[in-house]
Ligand binder design. Structure first.
Ligand code: APR
Ligand code: PHB
Length: 390
């Protein structure tokens, strides 16, 4: 087998990369070690920045997103009995869309299987080789157990945090890693109940942070700050709804409850690995970086990486020019660090550490964001997503 770009991992990063390359006449093959149904069932974040919506739409993937997605014009910040709305169009002229990552992945897979380049599920033993040369290879075992070799011009490692690509880059470049593990986790639930709010609510509360998000007009997505060691079995549905009602409580407003269909505890960490390239092996998305979920940057950052990478690879493979691939890692990392800072800042402002001095600083910051247009604009610009070329 031979292709121009061998892509490891069929998450949003690998699938969008393949799509963007196809639209520019570049061949690719996507190798995924899980099954299609597993990949399409994973529940992840649900907010698309403006540039993500624009990129997906330009790539011919906007139909269902525009039909079923919900455009949001702001968020609420809540603390000590007040709920304050930030109006994004007024502050920065942009909006965001509520549309689950799961739905983005389904749309990308459907487009790929509808006449797009090969997408192989349930492969195993995926190994990038000869990445120092101009003709790297990927060894793998296909779904029928047959060993295969895929010859490529370039390999894209979009295989997520636990993938095989990052270790190859780190080892050959003596790269650097930065990591921060937060002393909090999120207990996330999906519930069959109409959202009790028109925009997302980010709530600071003495008991801990809570977030009211949604997936559709009839499905709510809610999160509670918990201890990372918290056992999900100890959270009955009643206990979850009571904690949510307490943390969101506001005079004259009520939280609607309904059947909880999914619940899990998510760890929170920041992680950055540099560089994002070694010769003919390029990293993008969770393979190179992780952000905590506050602010919903993970998916958007993955999509931004591959937007940059696709342009750079087209220039390399069509025009034989190396300028953009040579700049890829530095340009991508500049955006990664901006989003890493924003996610850390949102996390730090909203989660209870248990320290009362921290709490007063957080409340002071929240009051500032809710009363100063300059402070609110800084949040709005980052939340709705900075332009990819910044
Ligand atoms: N071989 C083939 N595929 C692999 C391998 C491997 N060795 N290891 C992992 N994969 C696959 C995973 O099964 C997954 O489908 O790579 C894919 C990586 O996808 P994601 O983890 O979704 O990462 P990415 O595409 O970068 O998207 C980032 O996902 O985790 C969220 O918050 C994150 O929203 C962000 C987004
Ligand atoms: C989500 O809907 O999953 C979500 C929304 C906003 C966030 C994080 C997660 O900041």
């Amino acid at each position: 087998m031979r292709t121009q770009v061998g892509i490891i991992g069929a998450g949003p990063a690998g699938l969008l990369l393949s799509r963007l390359l196809t639209l520019q006449g570049i061949d690719s093959v996507v190798l995924e070690n899980r099954s299609r149904s597993y990949v399409e069932a994973r529940i992840r974040a649900g907010i698309l920045e403006q540039h993500s919506v624009d990129t997906l739409t330009a790539a011919g993937l906007g139909d269902r997103l525009h039909r079923e997605g919900l455009e949001h014009r702001g968020i609420y910040l809540q603390y000590t009995g007040t709920r304050h709305k930030l109006d994004f169009p007024e502050l920065c002229g942009r909006t965001v869309w509520v549309y689950g990552q799961t739905e983005v992945v389904k749309d990308l897979i459907a487009a790929q299987l509808d006449g797009g380049p090969p997408l192989l599920f349930e492969v195993s033993d995926v190994t990038p080789e000869d990445v120092d040369t101009d003709s790297p290879r990927i060894r793998f075992t296909d779904a029928d157990g047959v060993p295969q070799v895929l010859g490529c011009d370039v390999i894209a490692g979009t295989d997520g945090f636990h993938g095989v690509s990052r270790p190859v880059v780190t080892e050959r470049t003596e790269g650097r890693l930065w990591e921060r593990t937060y002393p909090y986790a999120w207990l996330g639930v999906l519930a069959d109940v109409a959202p009790s709010t028109d925009e997302l609510i980010y709530a600071w509360h003495p008991d801990g942070f809570a977030l009211h998000s949604m997936r559709s007009p009839s499905v709510s997505r809610l999160y509670l700050q918990v201890d990372p060691a918290e056992k999900i079995e100890e959270w009955s549905d009643d206990r979850i709804w009571t904690a949510l009602a307490t943390r969101f409580s506001l005079d004259g407003w009520e939280l609607e409850t309904g059947p909880i269909t999914e619940k899990s505890v998510l760890p929170m960490r920041s992680f950055v690995s540099a560089p994002m390239r070694h010769r003919r092996l390029f990293l993008a998305g969770d393979a190179a970086h992780i952000v905590p979920p506050t602010g919903a940057k993970g998916l958007n950052l993955a999509l931004a990486d591959v937007t940059l990478l696709a342009t750079a690879l087209v220039r390399l493979l069509r025009e034989r020019q190396t300028d953009l691939v040579d700049d890829y890692s530095d340009r991508a990392l500049a955006r990664v660090w901006r989003c890493t800072h924003f996610s850390w800042w949102m996390t730090s402002m909203l989660h209870r550490s248990g320290d009362d001095f921290d709490a007063e600083l957080q409340l002071s910051q929240l009051r500032r964001v809710c009363s100063s247009e300059a402070a609110a604009r800084e949040l709005a610009e980052n939340y709705t997503g900075l332009p990819i070329d910044d």
